[in-house]
Every structure is written in C-alpha cells, then in structure tokens.
Design a protein around this ligand. Structure first.
Ligand code: KIV
Length: 271
C-alpha cells in the first residue's frame, strides 16, 4: 500500500543521530488521516499533532480550548496513516501544568489511546516536575520554548520573544534544564535567529525552529499555513508553498456551477 514498506522508522534516537551528522530534521503538523498519509509518503521526519488544531481545525482564536479527548482523536487518526514518521502529540492546555501526577496520567492516555510516539509540552523550569514524572514512564517528551501559544494571555501578543537579554538568558537556562531532565528535542518558536543558533550549539538534543532562523537542527511549520489554506496568516517566517485557499475556492466554485447548470454528472459519471 505504501512506498515506505520496510522503511526504517524515525525514532528519537534517529533524530539525535541526524543532529550529530548535521542532517536537518523536517517536521510539519498533521491532524487527520488523509493529510498524514501524504506527509508520511513525502518522507517527513516528524508529524506534530499540534494543539494548533484548535485554530486550524476547530476555528478557535487560541489553542486553549482544545481538549485531551480531541487531541487523542486527532492523534489516533494520524497514527493510523503513518509508517515512517515519528508522531509527536501536543499535551493540551491544562493537562500538565500544576499537578505532575495528573500530567502523567494524561500523557499515558495519549500514548495508550492514540498510539502516538511522544508528547510535547510548552514551558521550562516551571513544568520540570511534570516532564520528569512523564519521562519516568518511558514516554519521550519534546519541549517547547520561546513563544508558547498556550500562554498567550500572559504575553498579550504573538510578537517575537526573548529579544531582551534577561528573557534570552532564561530561555537558555530553560533549554539546558529540559535537556537535563531528559527531553529528546525542543521546539523554539519565534525568537531571534542568533539566540536559537546559540541554543542549538549549547545543547546536544535537536532544536527544531519555527520563526527561529536557520542555525537550528530542523524546522517545523503548520501544514495548513505553508499550503496557503489559511490565507489570513502571513507572518514573516512563513514560506508558502501553495495558495490552496484560491485553488480550492476555484474548484468548489466550478463544482457549484456544474451542478447548477445540470452539467454534473454527465453520462460517464452515472450508472
Ligand atoms: O501546535 C502547533 O502547531 C505547534 C507548532 C507551532 C510548533 O506547537
């Protein structure tokens, strides 16, 4: 069924080797079976079942409303499609902050019920207890520092983070703390390229950037954004590989016209 039969699966160990060998890691979001099939067939290294599903799939203004059950639903759809990529699942807002025992049982639910391969959590030293407890169960954890969208109401805006020395220093300390705790990789979102490159040099685990320049070990984008499905989101860091909003709009409009004119279905399209 797939071009990836007998292909070596991407594991956290493979990602470490890629960093050591200077090979860049590719990561994109995926929330459903059909998109994940295409991503995996294309050879993507990591599929992130991001809580950005809250924006992209459900139309919420922030990532905060998405629930653990909804994340598990999206992740299980992705896992069914994948033969090669590592599937990382975002722990949603409220599922790991505060109580590390609850964090562990929520991470276990994600792993058991979705079949995902790892979880991702936003934050540094303030969530280290939850990260450590989850790691004790053998669940790989990816960190996420810089702009952490689950804290949008604390930040107030989605502007670049860690431009000032104090925040930059704290971010470096957080990255080292995440590595020490046992995280297998860290996402750095929307921070100065120089700072991201410095973090990638100072830690041995892979650093995956989004809006963090090219001096890191890999890149991640939201697939719907790079495909141009969402035509209202145009930050500087986003490279658009398509304008699917316009393409899909055109197809839907042609279909509507065909139906209205009685042109669809024709004789060859019926029984
Ligand atoms: O939820 C998400 O899509 C993310 C990426 C932006 C890294 O966390």
């Amino acid at each position: 069924m797939s071009v990836h039969k007998n292909v070596k699966r991407v594991t956290t160990h493979v990602l470490h080797e890629m960093k050591e060998n200077g090979e860049k890691i590719s990561m994109l979001t995926g929330y459903d079976y059909s998109m994940a099939r295409i991503l995996d067939t294309a050879g993507i290294d990591v599929i992130l079942v991001g809580d950005s599903a809250s924006n992209v799939m459900a139309g919420h203004e922030t990532t905060l409303p998405i629930t653990l059950d909804q994340m598990i639903y999206h992740a299980s759809s992705v896992v069914r499609a994948v033969e090669r990529a590592l599937v990382v699942v975002d722990m949603p807002f409220g599922s790991y902050q505060g109580n590390s025992k609850e964090a562990l049982s929520n991470a276990i639910r994600i792993m058991k019920e979705s079949g995902g391969h790892a979880v991702k959590m936003e934050g540094g030293q303030e969530i280290i207890e939850s990260i450590s407890r989850i790691l004790t169960a053998g669940i790989p954890v990816m960190g996420h520092l810089g702009l952490t969208p689950q804290s949008i109401y604390k930040f107030g805006t989605y502007v670049v983070r860690a431009k000032e020395e104090e925040e930059a220093d704290r971010l470096i300390e957080d990255a080292k703390a995440l590595q020490e705790a046992g995280c297998f990789a860290i996402v750095l979102e929307k921070i100065p390229a120089k700072l991201a490159a410095r973090v990638a040099k100072e830690v041995s685990i892979p650093i995956i950037g989004i809006g963090a320049g090219n001096g890191v070990d890999g890149q991640v984008l939201v697939a719907h954004d790079m495909l141009g499905i969402n035509n209202e989101f145009n930050p500087r860091f986003l490279r658009k590989y398509h304008n699917l909003f316009e393409e899909m709009l055109g197809s839907f409009q042609r279909y509507i016209e065909d139906v209205r004119r009685g042109d669809f279905p024709n004789e060859n399209e019926q029984y």
